[in-house]
Design a protein around this ligand. Sequence first.
Ligand SMILES: Cc1cc2nc3c(=O)[nH]c(=O)nc-3n(C[C@H](O)[C@H](O)[C@H](O)COP(=O)(O)O)c2cc1C
Length: 211
Amino acid sequence: MFYDASKRDHGLALDPLKALIVPRPIGWISTVDAQGRVNLAPYSFYNGVGEFPPMVYFAITGTYGDTPTKHSRMNAESTGEFVVNMVSEELKEQMNVTTAMVAFGVDEMKLAGLTPAPCNFVKPPRIAESPVALECRYWRTIELPEEPGNEAKRGSVVFGQVVGVHIDDSIIKDGRVDALAFKPVARLGYSEYTTTENVWRMRRPDDPRYQ
Ligand SMILES: Cc1cc2nc3c(=O)[nH]c(=O)nc-3n(C[C@H](O)[C@H](O)[C@H](O)COP(=O)(O)O)c2cc1C
């Protein structure tokens, strides 16, 4: 099949696009507002985008409730900091609790029964139960184009520079991060998720550094 993305004339009951861009890692973003109140929310339009310096982004989509944009973006912009926590398989239910659209200032980390742990370089807490956390300094936001008829759902992309990295020692095996040891949860389409169940190595023919 082929469909025109602007017309969304795919003829399917549900828009298939997000089921095609898979699996997506989930950035579980913790921030604080100007008063120091904690906010936590999952973002699967999230990824690393640079190494020197290390850079990540998360993207705002959809509806925002009664604030001008989503709380994670508001806090990252107003304080200049955010933290990306990793969702291991055992934290998937807690992650789902933190997607709830609650009022600005409500602490979803507390709602989900998670434990805040201090960061080294930034004010937002990381999630103590999460095996990986990236402390980030906000860099900039890029506004995405408006779609006629959907102006209120205009997207944006929030970039940050990774300045501190927490890795639980239990997921390091033989000097490498072992994906099977912490099973990062990834988003598929609809309400489907997956995790890392198998890993193989494929060496690059042109570069022996990739072992
Ligand atoms: C697994 C998962 C991934 C999500 N990814 C995104 C995303 O990439 N962008 C987005 O705007 N919302 C995403 N959401 C919805 C947000 O988590 C939700 O709108 C949340 O209330 C935003 O919280 P905040 O306003 O505190 O930032 C996702 C939800 C789930 C469960």
